[in-house]
Design a protein around this ligand. Structure first.
Ligand SMILES: Cc1cc2nc3c(=O)[nH]c(=O)nc-3n(C[C@H](O)[C@H](O)[C@H](O)COP(=O)(O)O)c2cc1C
Length: 342
């Protein structure tokens, strides 16, 4: 059975979201959104709380960091481990945001293999649990991956998660499964495959094409919080539960409540805006796009719930797939095609 990871996602992978995911089975491993590391940084309290205050039983929680300077990363890893004991530290080598890459961090690190080596070798002696890396298949093109693989094969890491896109491709392309499969073949450590796993068929296709030891899902798990349980059930030869739209309404209600209970202060307008981040994904595939459009326009809780009840107040099954609109979800149909792309 592959290990199932909930992807780290800024402003999404919070204590509230994890609680709601966990109540629906959840992944096997949680990864925090990234701790920003720079000269004056201290670990963000909100992210520390996602480790210390969460209730996911014995499930591992990995703390992710983003930054460039080995000394600051070492300092932060020590701080995180002493303030919020976690199962491991993960280094972000994939964020495509221009602000992050402009500071030579995240995905931009893929252009600087020597620095990646210095970072990992500096972290190794201080990281008490697993030391892992989350990467993409290249910065400009996937042709860079062969050299990156030489680098990863020589680093003292305990695992590699690969989002099968280049940094340039951001989130808008097919997933390069050939590179992930090559990493599985080459590396001694477990490889986790990531990118456009949004349904059981896409999870199975990713597994078949890459033979990865782990699967990581982000947006697909926001859209369908039962995704991990469905994957587990299918791989165990059992029938996967198909959630209804009424289940989906309960999911939105739980999320709304949990986010309110973990906020410093509940302010209705801000709260509704915060929910919209999740709703982009949750509404995908439901009601021919009208649900999404209506949610985008609401400004208060009353209207928010009126729209949710109008679109989710039935026991129809949740649509099998999100909408392949290129912005929020794309590349997942290609994943289930028979040929791997290189
Ligand atoms: C809103 C959002 C925030 C993200 N934040 C992070 C992050 O903090 N760290 C990280 O490594 N990746 C981050 N990612 C990338 C995801 O972890 C994942 O690699 C990517 O979404 C592809 O997986 P998916 O198709 O299953 O969503 C983020 C993605 C999204 C959509």
């Amino acid at each position: 059975m592959p290990k199932l990871y909930l992807a780290p996602m800024q402003d999404i992978s919070t204590l509230a979201f994890w609680r709601v995911m966990e109540s629906r089975g959840g992944p096997d491993v949680y990864v925090t959104e990234y701790f920003r590391v720079h000269v004056h940084s201290t670990p963000e309290r909100k992210i520390l709380a996602s480790i210390t205050d969460t209730d996911v039983g014995d499930k591992p929680i990995i703390a992710q960091m983003i930054g460039t300077e080995p000394n600051y990363l070492v300092r932060t890893a020590k701080q995180i481990q002493s303030l919020a004991p976690c199962s491991g530290i993960d280094m972000n080598l994939g964020c495509p945001s221009p602000r992050v890459c402009g500071r030579a961090a995240g995905g931009a690190l893929l252009k600087n293999p020597d620095l990646i080596r210095r970072i990992v070798e500096s972290l190794r002696p201080v990281v008490e649990g697993t030391l892992t890396v989350k990467t993409r298949v290249g910065f400009e093109t996937e042709a860079e991956f062969e050299q990156l693989l030489d680098l990863f094969a020589s680093l003292p890491i305990d695992g590699l998660a690969i989002h099968g896109r280049t940094v340039r491709e951001r989130y808008q392309s097919e997933v390069h499964t050939t590179e992930i499969a090559a990493a599985v073949e080459r590396l001694d450590c477990p490889v986790t495959a990531n990118g456009s796993i949004v349904t059981v068929p896409t999870a199975l296709a990713m597994l078949e094409k890459t033979q990865a030891a782990g699967l990581m899902a982000g947006r697909g798990a926001i859209r369908n919080p039962y995704l991990f349980d469905q994957i587990r059930a299918t791989l165990a030869g059992e029938t996967a539960y198909i959630p209804t739209l009424a289940d989906h309404l309960r999911y939105v209600e739980d999320l709304y409540e949990e986010i309110a209970s973990t906020a410093w202060q509940y302010e209705e307008h801000k709260h509704v805006q915060r929910m919209k981040k999740f709703m982009n994904y949750i509404a995908s595939g439901i009601g021919d796009g009208v649900f999404s459009q209506e949610i985008r326009r609401v400004q208060n809780a009353e209207d928010f719930w009126a729209v949710c009840h109008r679109h989710l107040g039935t026991t129809e099954p949740l649509p099998a797939e999100p909408t392949a609109d290129g912005k929020l979800f794309c590349g997942f149909r290609e994943l289930t095609c028979s040929t791997a792309i290189g």
